[in-house]
Design a protein around this ligand. Structure first.
Ligand code: M6R
Length: 665
């Protein structure tokens, strides 16, 4: 939630911030704003709504370059505290207008801090939790309000309410009391007054936060801090970037640095210094980003989602590449556990949210089948609150595309506190969940910008299957040649995915025809059940349509009452070859809903003739192994939801109320 970019260098900070925000907008799009330090002033501009509104405001500004300066930052918001208004848009400033703050997360003790600040005479202009940080910094730095602070747009509250560009030459505030206004540090890198002040403020904050701050008198630095919220550093030549994720600066540098929990980063033109909240210098882990800016562009598609659906064969192939070592063993990416630790596992929990949770539900079938270990799948947001029984023999598998989902991160922390081992399946190098885990397997799907997960779901399913095989291998439940045979079959799946995508025109046509439907039901059995849940989630989030997924056998216990004439019911049919007993049952379920007037849309594999008499619409997918079937049966459901939403005139990349990376609980 919320996208953040900070910059210090020699380029136009406004251009860098706006370009960064274009790449980060998928993280939240309720409002956006920028703050730039230059020519002795701090200028801010912010606007409710999508980034285009801010760009329009700036384009209509007083001159060609309304915000000169080479130090700055930008923010795109997913609202938590305070509605999506101009006034609540970030950046937020202190009483003097010298300090600007952007934030991702929730400051849980903001009400108490706000009361304290107001008692000391501070005037807070917004309803956000964020604004307290600007005023706490003001107290720490001892800024004096200037006589000109309410002139020339420096009255930020009033001007920002109209969505105006604020600041300007008139907003002249005296240098910070006690600190060298020219930006001298108080004792070397990492001890700049703004850095030290932010450290002290962070110690007062509770909750989750990534903060980036600027000061009008300190154009030489931009300072960031994080706790339970994402922040990465981009290391350029003579320039430094702070961002929620690398996509914001990938056009400028592919050299990145991880920032750990409870750390503060001081970014300067000549490099960065990272300290913990106590001021001790810490080493960050540097890494090279293995994709370039073009991977995060639409590449000729009108929507990222369409591009990402079509990238699934290569995303899957990349996730599976090189997973079998020369001696036939499955290879994870990071393993901080011994083979004995894995052999000692007596129970598996999978924790995840949303689409990743559905991947986890599929994993359960494979893990239990291959390893004979009990496996429970739990929504991460519920996991720690029900006090699950965990110990050092429990393996918790955390699945997260972003690696930053706070519900999942908190589940991971809880599991580790209980001494359980944690294995992460993640798409984002340098993110928090892999760092907090004992072992990692990366889904190498490349950046996913569309808010609805598509290619990373396939990557997660494939990664789960690999983890299942890995466990079976280390525990000796499957022989090496059996594991290798499964992996070889898995490696043929990208081709089947390509062939499936090539034949989905009929479901596109059907989606357009059903654009006005009131609701759609999705049914499945075995691994087809989580696929049905995923199909329903896609339709809800993209088309804002009532959609439910059910196990087909459960329908008769209540939900069948929903069936009325013409209701579209989409059924994911298991292979008649692999699960013959299930196949016969689901054919009966199709007949039951059809007998009550439902319009049946049947997803079945080639050669399954038994479903033909009962399918109003038949969508064919290639034959595959039962446990691998979700890798193809999910595709028509993704395309169905996407096409139906487009037919309704909706933005499939940025559905309402959502954000790509959910960093609040
Ligand atoms: O980044 P994560 O995989 O942890 O995200 C979890 C969910 O928020 C996510 O899968 C969400 O449900 C999808 N965007 C839905 O398409």
């Amino acid at each position: 939630m919320c996208g953040i970019i900070g910059y210090v260098g020699d380029q136009s900070a406004l251009d860098i911030a706006l370009n960064g925000l274009r790449r980060l907008e998928y993280r939240g799009y309720d409002s956006s704003g920028v703050a730039i330090v230059g020519a002795g002033a701090l200028r801010t501009a912010r606007r409710a709504g999508k980034l285009a509104n801010l760009e329009k405001l700036l384009a209509e500004g007083p001159d060609m370059d309304p915000m000169p300066g080479t130090t700055g930052m930008g923010h795109t918001r997913w609202a938590t505290h305070g509605g999506p208004t101009d006034m609540n848009a970030h950046p937020h400033t202190d009483c003097t207008g010298a300090i600007a703050v952007i934030h991702n997360g929730i400051i849980e003790n903001f009400a108490q801090l706000r009361a304290e600040l107001e008692a000391r005479g501070h005037e807070l202009a917004s309803e956000t939790d964020t604004e307290v940080v600007a005023h706490l910094l003001e107290d720490e730095l001892g800024s004096e309000p200037s006589a000109g602070a309410d002139l020339a747009g420096a009255n930020l509250a009033g001007a920002a309410a109209a969505g105006a560009v604020t600041g300007g030459a008139g907003a002249v505030v005296p240098p910070v009391a006690g600190a060298a206004a020219a930006g001298a540090s108080d004792g070397g890198p990492g001890t700049h007054p703004l850095t030290s002040a932010l450290r002290r403020v962070c110690l007062r904050l509770e909750g989750a936060f990534t903060l980036v701050v600027l000061h009008r008198d300190f154009p030489e630095v931009v300072v960031g801090a994080r706790r339970n919220s994402p922040l990465v550093v981009g290391l350029g030549e003579g320039e430094s970037f702070l961002a929620s994720d690398v996509s914001a600066f990938i056009a400028h540098t592919r050299e990145a640095l991880e920032i750990g929990q409870d750390q503060v980063v001081e970014a300067r033109r000549d490099g960065v210094t990272v300290t913990d909240f106590a001021g001790r210098i810490v080493e960050g882990r540097r890494y090279h980003v293995d994709w370039d800016a073009s991977a995060a562009e639409k590449g000729g598609y009108p929507y990222f989602m369409l591009k990402e659906i079509n990238e699934q064969p290569s995303a899957l192939a990349d996730t599976l590449r090189g997973r079998l070592s020369a001696d036939g063993a499955i290879v994870l990416d990071e393993e901080r556990l011994s083979a004995q630790d894995f052999r000692d596992v007596d129970k598996v929990f999978i924790v995840a949210c949303g689409t990743a949770y559905h991947a986890g539900l599929i994993a359960k079938y494979a893990v239990e089948h291959w390893t004979r270990l009990p496996c429970e799948v739990e929504m991460a947001s519920e996991f720690r609150y029900r006090d699950p029984v965990l110990d050092r023999s429990t393996l918790v598998i955390a699945i997260s595309q972003s690696g930053e989902t706070l519900d999942t991160l908190m589940a991971v922390k809880h599991a580790r506190e209980q001494k359980a081992r944690v294995l992460a399946i993640c798409n984002t190098n340098g993110s928090t969940i892999p760092r907090e885990s004992d072992a990692v397997l990366y889904t190498r799907c490349g950046p996913e910008v569309g808010v609805a997960s598509t290619k990373t779901f396939l990557g997660q399913v494939a990664a789960c299957l690999l983890v299942g095989l890995f466990l079976a291998q280390v525990r000796g439940v499957l022989y090496g040649d059996e594991v290798a045979a499964y992996v070889e079959r898995l490696q043929r799946m990208p081709d089947l995915v390509r062939r499936t995508l090539d034949r989905l025109e009929p479901i596109r046509e059907l989606a357009r025809e059903l654009a006005d439907a009131k609701a759609v039901l999705f049914l499945g059995r075995h691994v087809g059940y989580p696929v049905a849940l995923e199909g329903a989630l896609k339709l809800k989030e993209l088309a804002y349509m009532h959609a439910e997924g059910f196990p087909a056998g459960e329908l008769k216990h209540g939900p069948i009452a929903l069936i009325e004439p013409g209701l579209p019911v989409l059924v994911v049919v298991p292979s008649p070859r692999g699960r013959a007993n299930l196949h016969g049952k689901i054919v009966s379920n199709i007949q039951e809903v059809r007998a009550r007037g439902a319009r049946t849309i049947v997803i079945a594999e080639d050669g399954d003739t038994a479903v033909e008499p009962y399918a109003d619409h038949l969508i064919r997918v290639p034959e595959t192994t039962s446990l691998f079937a979700p890798l193809v049966t999910t595709l028509p459901l993704q395309v169905f939801a996407c096409e139906l939403a487009l037919a309704r005139g909706l933005d499939v990349d940025q559905p309402r109320n959502l954000a790509k990376s959910v960093t609040v609980e």
